[in-house]
Design a protein around this ligand. Sequence first.
Ligand SMILES: Nc1ncnc2c1ncn2[C@@H]1O[C@H](COP(=O)(O)OP(=O)(O)OP(=O)(O)O)[C@@H](O)[C@H]1O
Ligand SMILES: O=P(O)(O)OC[C@H]1O[C@](O)(CO)[C@@H](O)[C@@H]1O
Length: 834
Amino acid sequence: MISQLLGFIPRKCLQFELIRKEITIIAKKSFETKTLQKLTDEEYIELNPAIASKMSKISRNLYKGQSVAIFTSGGDSCGMNGALRASVRMAIYLGSQPYMIREGYQGMVEGGEHFVKAKWSSVSSIIHLGGTIIGSARCAEFMQREGRKKAAFNLVQRDINRLVVIGGDGSLTGANIFRQEWSGLLDELLAEGKITTQQREKYVDLHVVGVVGSIDNDFCGTDLTIGANTALHRITEAIDSIASTAYSHKRIFILEVMGRRCGFLAMITGIISEADYVFCPEAPPPMDWHDRLCEKLQKEGEGGQRLHIIIVAEGASDLNGEPITVEIVKKVILDKLKRESRITVLGHVQRGGATSAYDRILACRMGAEAVVAVLEATGNTTPVVVVLTNNQIERIPLMGAVERTQAANEALKSGDWAKAIALRGVFFQGNMMALKLLSRAKPPTKEQCCVPPPFNIAVMHVGSPACGINAATRSLVRTIIYNGDRIFGVSNGLVGLIAGQLKPLAWSDVIGWCSQGGAFLGMNRITPEGKYPEIARRLREFNIQGLVVIGGFEAYRTVLSLTTERGSYQEFCIPMAVIPSTISNNMPGTEYTIGADTSLNEITKICDLIRDSARGYKKRVFIIETMGGFCGYLATMAAMAAGADSAYIFEEKFNVRDMQRDCANMVAKMSDVIERGLVLRCEGANKNYTADFMQRLYEEESNGLFSCRTCILGHAQQGGKPTPFDRCIATEMGIACGQFIHEQMVKSLQTDGTMLAVTKHSACMLGMIGPEYKYTSVEDLSHQTEFQYRTPKNQWWMKLRPLLRILSTHDSAYTTDNKAPVHQQPVDINCTVN
Ligand SMILES: Nc1ncnc2c1ncn2[C@@H]1O[C@H](COP(=O)(O)OP(=O)(O)OP(=O)(O)O)[C@@H](O)[C@H]1O
Ligand SMILES: O=P(O)(O)OC[C@H]1O[C@](O)(CO)[C@@H](O)[C@@H]1O
């Protein structure tokens, strides 16, 4: 993620320069194969004319009379059910007949009851379940042409020539081979008298669209595959449990995570677990790793560190391709350090459990888009796979992506790690760099501290707690110390600053902060208006030359206010930065704020509990009120993740007639097999249509069919422990911000040693936009903000509202996620790690 950011790092910054050198590899013309090249717009339109004008809305019954089959194949992953649900429901919405094929290709080959006509309710209450309710399999018969002929026969018999494949690269390869052979297979079936001429003519082509489900995140072309985020949840839960016992006994723990051919899980786990050492397939350690590892453990132990975690990906090896296993690591530590360690192999635990909110939403987006793509397909259409790029759902040519994935696997096998990393894409590369930076960061030596003279930076939290604030503070503190600067922690926000409660933070002060919720420095919502002289006095007294404020809307307002007072107070002419952190995700200049993912998961879990409560008792509708102020992010996304029926938010005006329509919808659903209804309401949705009003309205309109209860979630939404996503973005934002502030201080330093930061770019907010971190000046952001409602003027997630409505039976006009033409991502070969 921080690959783009590295572009901003000043050349002077030696440690980053070293890493930059290390990550620069020589471009290899040989892997600029056709499949890796970007398609031009003209080529795209030629390949896929139906999607060329994507601005057109896709509305109900557009593809009446078509059939589409959906199946899961290869290893299962959490989120496959969500993708199945979205595909089935989108197909019904578009007027086509969805089939679910049980047991993957095996079911397709065997036919019979493996083909199930799906109804709306066939996929009810499955979005939260791990695995796949329709079963998955590895099918040897389908590998043979004869097997595929049987599958073709079974499809044609049911009028199906459109397939959505949810699986890994093997499954997608199989689908493409099947598609290429289709015509020949049908000719043979016709010659054998198994199908009619009419059928042969009707089903000229097989249309295939892929959705990638895999916990390994090993498919090239998508930033994330369905299931990887949930696997990180399982790993994080395990590490949190291990940490407490390891800490108690001053123990070394060696943890094996999955990933035969891809180190994604190991890499992210390394970033978010404060791991001491990470072994992953793409970055084999130097040959003397035995000594380096033991030296590191030794030093850290002497420095008082009680807990040591070593992460080993199951596919890790050394530079000679010799496997590095948890047992080998254990033996090295015993032989060289004479210390006991403990091994934990997580195994299939990582593939199970409840699906994370992130994976559910990703699955909804990908599953729905896949069905639209397969129904739009015509004879000329290139088969595509639906991927996530820059937080957008896109379609890329299926075979290019599969070939690229296979090329990455080959590169790993042949020891060309740089090529493997290049093929994995920018998202992977950025995370690899973050891991390298973190694992290298050590307290500076005395000499480093003296040249150049250290700057003084203060970090302060303003606003309400959100999970991940401590993780951001930890990596910020360490980056600043590593840069040779000095950092002061301010207790209790501006109140503490005015009271002079600033204390220097040392390297070891932030050990263990990554996994902890809340805000250890203390925080409140007080903003600086009317207190400028006192604030200026303290900044002068402590000679603060740079300020980082971590928090929500008030944090942003604090920096904006101080900046506007720069003309009156020279003390405010210092570089300032905001790290956005609030559960509400209501800040401009960023798609995600730290803490929002944790909150979303907490709400989703509670919705799961409520939905499953008192099963078989009475039909019931729950009105669940979420936090978020006037920002409907949490209500909307939690509704999508929980599979709720509606989400009422301030940004989308509604009246009593809309609610009556929704009630009628609910009555229709509850008259069938559905027993639980979930309606989410953002706390600021409407001042008159309160949760209580909604409860009464729904109950009244139900005519006794169901009862209705309200549930105000309150502060449980702030969460206990940050999710892996929040830990990861917090850690990376902390690093990025430490670099930004140092760079700005270097720029603003005057010859007399004073600081004079007056440009708008010296006061910025860090934001996550797509896979990149970007800075926008708070001044520019002020034009993008609805201050009255504390929301950004444009909110990216609003485009998901039609999908939410469609998946819960309402009418809406779905627009495909991305307006840009489908393309294959170019490989960034100048920005890789080896
Ligand atoms: N080259 C191929 N030709 C025809 N069918 C194939 C081919 N490769 C895979 N398949 C079909 O897809 C199934 C699943 O493939 P595979 O076992 O490689 O899992 P995958 O989809 O890559 O998932 P995972 O990432 O979990 O391994 C195979 O059992 C087979 O039926
Ligand atoms: O479930 P199986 O067949 O043991 O496969 C395990 C493998 O599948 C994955 O979970 C997904 O491909 C890998 O991480 C792991 O190596």
